[in-house]
Design a protein around this ligand. Structure first.
Ligand SMILES: [Zn+2]
Ligand SMILES: [Zn+2]
Length: 364
């Protein structure tokens, strides 16, 4: 253990014994032991003071978890509170979460969201690692609360967090829409648009509607095929009534990979898998940069799907007859793998056709 008893986390908990149940002699074993870095210490202290104030009128709560997720603070509690106190506690936590989203977790200076290999962190320029996540112009520190009903996602509140004064101000959602359609054409990021168009599939952060775990990590040339996949998956999931959430979308070995979790009927599950197979097959013949028809290129050890204009290195020759053929295999327990399906993806019509294995022979 490198953490001494003088840890700021322990001090925070000891300063608010009403909120943190500390097992005897083991502050680090308390459920609410803050699992974040010292840059957020100040906002946590402020939050705890506000919660204590909210409890003056009655009620009690216990902090069950404090952690960083997707670059922002998560603060969970359990307890029984009068409605007025609960509203104040929720507001104290919303303020702390909003502040964390613009405060370097390492040093406490003003920060922004960065992504490094899919890991999100809020950092100042000095402590930043990875790439700055784009924010749509006008959407800085905007926190939108929506209800997630089937089909429609009405906005409950739309507020901007003001870091200087540590408060929220109400913002008319319509003013954001007009600004984004007019001024922000250049800085508009297609990933944010996609996530905002499909919150039912991406489950974006409740206070940051353009940020989701599965924000696509691939080039804009695949935007179109991802949009198509999303529209189809929404139709399949809504008809089924089950649940669906993208967990990761990325490029790997020059093709798109779409991962998800959820609970769907076996029929809907198969339908979704088919939609994803189509998207992945399309990515294998679509330039990741511009969306034109593309082929597999190799530059050094790097594989990519590119059109002739965007290709680097050289295009990888395909065996005649094997263009756009995808093969599904299952591992038959103990035996060698067995070919289940052999299909050709037809780019023009965006579908598969079964092909006779004899035409292209075994191997490959
Ligand atoms: Zn910093
Ligand atoms: Zn291209």
């Amino acid at each position: 253990m490198t953490r001494s008893v003088r840890d700021w986390r322990v001090k925070l908990m000891q300063a608010h014994p009403r909120l943190f149940g500390i097992p005897f002699g083991r502050p680090d074993a308390a459920k609410g032991y803050p699992n974040c870095e010292e840059g957020w210490r100040d906002l946590l202290e402020r939050c705890c003071v506000r919660i204590e104030t909210a409890l003056v009128g009655g009620g009690a709560l216990t902090v069950v978890q404090i952690k960083q997720k997707f670059g922002a603070l998560r603060f969970y509690w359990t307890g029984d509170l009068p409605d007025a106190a609960k509203a104040k506690v929720d507001e104290a936590i919303a303020l702390a979460a909003a502040r964390s989203a613009c405060t370097c977790e390492t040093c406490g200076a003003e920060g922004r969201l960065y992504s490094r290999n899919g890991w999100l962190a809020t950092a100042c320029p000095e402590h930043a690692k990875g790439e700055l996540k784009p924010i749509r112009l006008g959407f800085e520190n905007i926190h939108i609360v929506r209800t997630f009903g089937p089909g429609r996602f009405p906005i409950v509140s739309c507020r901007r967090y003001i870091r200087e004064t540590d408060c929220f101000v109400d913002v008319d959602p319509k003013s954001l829409e007009s600004r984004s359609s007019g001024m922000a054409r250049i800085t508009r990021d297609w990933r944010i648009d996609l996530i905002e168009a499909y919150p039912d599939l991406f489950h974006p952060l409740p206070n940051n509607p353009g940020v989701a775990e599965a924000s696509p990590e691939c080039g804009a040339g695949w935007q179109d095929l991802l949009e198509r996949a999303c529209a189809r998956i929404r139709a399949a999931a809504q008809a089924d009534g089950g649940s669906f959430k993208f967990t990761q979308i990325k490029e790997k070995y020059a093709t798109a990979r779409l991962y998800w979790e959820g609970a769907l009927s076996p029929e809907a599950d198969a339908r979704v898998e088919e939609i994803i197979d189509l998207a992945e097959a399309r990515s294998a013949c679509t330039c990741e940069v511009c969306g034109a028809e593309g082929r597999l290129h190799r530059a050094g050890g790097w594989l990519m799907t590119r059109c002739a204009a965007h290709g680097q290195g050289h295009s990888v020759p395909e065996k005649p007859g094997w263009e756009n053929v995808t093969i599904s295999r299952v591992d038959a327990r103990g035996a060698k793998t067995v070919v289940v399906k052999r299909r050709r993806y037809v780019r023009e019509t965006d579908n598969f056709i079964e092909i006779d294995p004899l035409i292209i022979g075994e191997g490959g």
